[in-house]
Design a protein around this ligand. Structure first.
Ligand SMILES: Cc1ncc(C[n+]2csc(CCOP(=O)(O)OP(=O)(O)O)c2C)c(N)n1
Ligand SMILES: [Mg+2]
Length: 277
């Protein structure tokens, strides 16, 4: 299936978002072939260039306020746990404005897949620095360079309780597809930090291509080992950048079955909404 919509595409030629979109189309085809009905897939998106993926992919989707995609996705999942909810967010959107939602979703291990388009810049608003921009980043809001060091989002999410963490790269499409699919199939909170190239405001192709390597023989079930790997690169040093699965464990998920089963849950949600509208 081509999943095309009527929406014209406004991404720049060479944008890493194309890779994420194409990978998602392949994954949806595979899920469908494996018997997952497409109507049980919902995507939620933040606000930014990344979010246009929801316009370009013909499946059920939900646009949140900036930073609120994860909160909306949690509501969707709790109302109907049979749905597979996949969240596409920007680094500004999720590591900046919506960070609190992200950390608490990880803490409660709700069964969501979060794909972070980490281009390390506010792309839609034309180039301000984000929590993962390197020290000294020169952009619209910091013409003299930032005076802040970036935070390491994967370290933060590991500490918060995420049960699946990985790093992908928009120029490594096969690996990216395998990671996103694995994250979707993971029962619990899964996040993939995708180094997504923004060709216009922070083009890192040459830099990343010289420094990335694929994780081999990494013990992803061990918290300390995962933490050590995650801390290897702190988003503004010259270290090598590990790509692949960094952490995976299983823990009970948040969307506990309600008494009477999930059909009863749908009725409960309807009753609740009736009282509100
Ligand atoms: C509450 C709120 N604050 C700020 C904005 C303005 N705004 C829209 S998109 C955006 C930046 C998005 O950056 P990011 O999440 O990294 O996505 P990208 O465009 O890089 O994909 C900002 C600041 C907004 N729409 N709403
Ligand atoms: Mg961004």
């Amino acid at each position: 299936m081509n999943y095309l919509t009527n929406s014209p595409n406004y991404w720049c030629p060479g944008c890493g978002n194309f890779a994420i979109l194409n990978v998602m189309k392949m994954i949806l085809d595979e899920l469908k072939a494996d018997g997952v009905p497409l109507e049980t897939i919902v995507i939620a998106a933040g606000i930014g260039q990344h979010a246009k993926l929801a316009d370009y992919l013909n499946v059920n989707s939900f646009y949140a306020l900036h930073g609120r995609a994860v909160a909306g996705a949690e509501g969707i999942k709790l109302a109907n746990p049979k749905l597979k909810v996949i969240v596409f967010v920007g680094d500004g959107d999720s590591y900046g404005e919506g960070l609190e939602h992200l950390l608490f979703a990880a803490k409660r291990n709700i069964d969501l897949t979060v794909v972070v388009h980490d281009n390390r810049v506010y792309a839609l608003t034309t180039g301000q620095y984000t929590p993962t921009s390197p020290y000294g980043f020169k952009g619209r809001s910091t013409p003299g360079g930032t005076h802040e060091h970036p935070l390491n989002p994967l370290e933060l999410l590991l500490a918060a309780g995420a049960t699946y963490l990985a790093r992908g790269y928009s120029a490594k499409v096969d690996q990216l597809k395998a990671l996103i699919k694995e994250a979707i199939l993971h029962p619990g909170f899964a996040l993939i930090d995708v180094l997504q190239i923004c060709v216009t405001f922070f083009n890192q192709y040459d830099n990343y291509n010289q420094r990335i390597y694929e994780l081999v023989g990494h013990n992803h079930a061990n918290f300390d080992e995962a933490c050590r790997k995650i801390r290897e690169w702190n988003y503004d040093d010259e270290a090598k950048i590990a790509l692949g699965k960094l952490y995976q464990v299983t823990r009970p998920t948040f969307e506990i079955p309600v008494k009477g089963g999930d059909d009863n849950r749908a009725e409960m949600v309807k009753t609740l909404l009736k009282g509100m509208v």
